[in-house]
Ligand binder design. Structure first.
Ligand code: NI
Length: 195
């Protein structure tokens, strides 16, 4: 497994529609493993392949509680079968929009069909933070970011901040570091909800 650099918005690579995978083969499984390691290191609870520069319909998610065992999900070609009538609002972040957060309303439940890591068709019914996370990651496959769900004014403020930061850092990507010290992880608790 390897940690991959994460593309920071605004970036044209994050605005493209990703292509379906033919099958979950060894190459896609490697991508899934790399994405999960990258997501955990960030730390985040979801990551989509376009965020690491791969325009394929692959996402990884783990919305389990911090004090619970990990529950990683690997989804290729996810397809929305059903979304609930009621919305829920979460303050969302995104690993491609570091340190930026905004309230976003999405259906509070959804059902999704996908190919799992063994190339088997699966369905999942999700609610709460998991439903939000899956929908957020599926948006990435359409070239959409959480800021596309908020007002144009708030969006431009956030994107301008990121542009400025990228210029200062002279980089349009960031590379999460593998961290082992618990203290350090606690320190980063704030950003742990980044999708
Ligand atoms: Ni995101």
């Amino acid at each position: 497994m390897a940690i991959r650099p994460i593309i920071i918005a605004p970036d044209p690579r994050l605005k493209k529609r990703a292509a379906p995978v033919d099958a979950v083969d060894g190459e896609i499984r490697r991508l899934m493993d790399d994405m999960l390691e990258t997501m955990y290191a960030a730390p985040g609870i979801g990551l989509a392949a376009p965020q690491v520069g791969v325009l394929k319909r692959v996402i990884v998610v783990d919305a389990s509680r911090k004090d619970a065992p990990p529950e990683p999900l690997f989804l290729a070609n996810p397809e929305l079968l059903w979304a609930g009538d009621e919305d829920s609002v979460y303050e969302e972040g995104c690993l491609s929009l570091p340190d930026q957060f905004a309230d976003v309303a999405r259906p509070e439940a959804c059902r999704v069909r996908y190919l799992d890591k063994d190339n088997e068709t699966q369905e999942i019914e999700a609610e709460g933070i998991l439903a939000t996370c899956i929908q957020h990651e599926m948006d990435h496959l359409e070239g959409l970011l959480f800021v596309d769900h908020i007002s144009a004014l708030k969006r431009s403020i956030i994107l301008r901040r990121l542009t400025k930061q990228k210029k200062a850092d002279k980089s349009d990507v960031w590379v999460p570091k593998l961290r082992t010290a618990n203290a350090e992880i606690a320190e980063e608790e704030e950003s742990a909800r980044a999708l």
